[in-house]
Design a protein. Structure first.
Length: 500
């Protein structure tokens, strides 16, 4: 009964005209960036963070959340029609979705992606609502030692699930942790690592880091690419499924939803991991695995359901524990910090309207996305004709304007340009920047909880092992390291990311 009362409160907040408008804006922008290859949700959220200053906190979070799960929907359109994923987690959809389109079944593939995503979004919303209350109650028992151990587990998870070299992922996290401690020490009030630059005494801004690494770098590297796009059709007909197609697709969507909902909870998990895992599961359980890669509808339904479920359930650790588990959630922490909201279990009690309003808005957003993705498919196809030489320089200009408006300081723009240069360098060196952003956001929180735990235990480091919850999470982190060090596991991990 308590859950229904909370959901009623959430819908009363989400259904206000202003919040519905921002949910529509978020889902529209999410679909747009999903359709246009090259600009991901992290870059877009980074660009739009400055605009949320003037909004109410709940409206800002509803819009940013809509961008994230909207991008999972929109990415399927380009994957199916032009064999190019608009978003990383949609890469798997290319394998069978585009083959269906080449066989004249583009409408069925698009309908499968939209309906599977809508079903997964609805289930994930209910799952978030059901799990949030017990998890928040558990989180209230956390002390500094437990929070520190949880963040260690999250960073280890991010290393294990990062693309490419493990050594590079660890280096990126360490660099993020180092950047996070720049600025004034909270306890002593002494400036650290600011190189005598007055603007750096308050630390490096999360917007500058995120927009540089994901916005500027993404735009510059995409300007270099000259990929040929094979468009299947300018008009898509038959946006529905036959009875046989529906019968084949719904079990895959069900499995993808369950798998994505679980993997979204894991540190470093989210939409991309869920999509790849779902495709692998569908090939394992299929009667004829040879059909995959040739237009199997299960290869569209499963991953599309999984990536949307994973995108939404990745909000659970953020909302209940205050821990971001991927780069997008790290940006959400930045948005909450802008509005003086400390993410964690206290949000549910101190600001229940924001907490439950955000959850209720996810269901409304998924409903909006079905309308945006099926009847408006012709508009999204037209957008694919926009010349990149016009799109990306305009995005770069808007990024610079957005950064400048935060503090009306040109130093912030130069700082963002520096991180943009670093981002391009990381792309050339095949280093993934997402672990760096996670380390940057979690670094100050880890330091604060480490120092607080040591003060409370009077300098006894065994406090992290004598408290049961903390010890279990540290043991899980060590187990992850041991597992990934096994040759067979490492080989399998490398093969998975190589397939992308």
């Amino acid at each position: 009964m308590e859950l229904f009362n909370h959901l009623a409160l959430g819908f009363s907040v989400a259904l206000t005209p202003i919040n519905m408008m921002y949910a529509l804006i978020g889902t529209l922008l999410g679909t747009l960036i999903g359709v246009l290859p090259g600009i991901g949700p992290v870059a877009t959220i980074a660009m739009l963070l400055p605009t949320t200053y003037a909004l109410q906190p709940v409206s800002a979070l509803i819009m940013l959340a809509g961008i994230y799960y909207g991008a999972q929907y929109g990415g399927s359109t380009t994957s199916i029609l032009i064999n190019m994923p608009g978003e990383t987690s949609s890469a798997v959809t290319c394998l069978d979705g585009h083959q269906m389109a080449r066989k004249g079944e583009a409408g069925a593939a698009l309908a499968t992606a939209a309906l599977a995503s809508f079903f997964a979004g609805c289930v994930a919303t209910v799952f978030i609502a059901a799990v949030s209350i017990p998890l928040s109650e558990l989180a209230l028992k956390f002390g500094p030692a437990e929070y520190f151990s949880l963040m260690v587990l999250g960073l280890i998870g991010a290393v294990v699930l990062a693309h490419g070299s493990l050594l590079k992922a660890i280096a990126m996290i360490v660099l993020g942790l180092l950047l996070g401690i720049v600025g004034t020490d909270v306890n002593s009030g002494v400036a650290r690592f600011d190189f005598g630059i007055p603007q750096m005494t308050d630390g490096i801004g999360v917007v500058s880091v995120a927009m540089g690494l994901f916005g500027f770098a993404e735009i510059i590297t995409n300007l270099e690419s000259q990929e040929k796009r094979e468009r299947v059709a300018s008009k898509v007909k038959g946006l529905w499924l036959s009875r046989a197609q529906f019968k084949a697709a719904w079990p895959a969507a069900l499995r993808g939803t369950g798998l994505g909902s679980f993997l979204g909870l894991l540190p470093g998990g989210g939409a991309m991991l869920a999509a790849f895992a779902s495709y692998a599961v569908e090939k394992k359980v299929a009667d004829d695995p040879s059909q995959f890669g040739k237009g199997a509808i299960q290869g569209v339904a499963g991953p599309e359901a999984a990536n949307n479920a994973g995108a939404q359930t990745s909000f659970i650790p953020l909302l209940t524990l205050g821990i971001p588990e991927n780069a997008v959630m790290a940006m959400m922490v930045g948005a909450m910090t802008i509005h003086n909201i400390q993410p964690g279990p206290q949000v549910m009690t101190s600001n229940p309207g924001l907490f439950w309003g955000l959850i209720a808005s996810m269901w409304l957003g998924n409903l909006m996305l079905v309308v945006l993705n099926l009847p408006m498919i012709g508009i999204w196809i037209k957008l694919l004709t926009v010349p990149y030489r016009l799109l990306y320089p305009a995005s770069l200009l808007f990024c610079a304007i957005g950064v400048y408006t935060i503090n009306n300081a040109s130093f912030d723009v130069m700082q963002t340009a520096f991180f943009g240069f670093l981002g391009v360098l990381f792309v050339k060196l095949a280093c993934e920047p997402a672990p760096l952003l996670l380390g940057f956001v979690l670094g100050p929180m880890m330091e604060e909880n480490l120092r607080r735990a040591m003060l409370l235990s009077r300098g006894d480091p065994t406090v992290f092992l004598t408290r049961p919850i903390s010890a279990v999470m540290l043991a899980a982190a060590v187990l992850l390291i041991v597992v990934i060090a096994l040759p067979n596991i490492r080989r399998k991990r490398d093969e998975t990311f190589q397939e992308e």
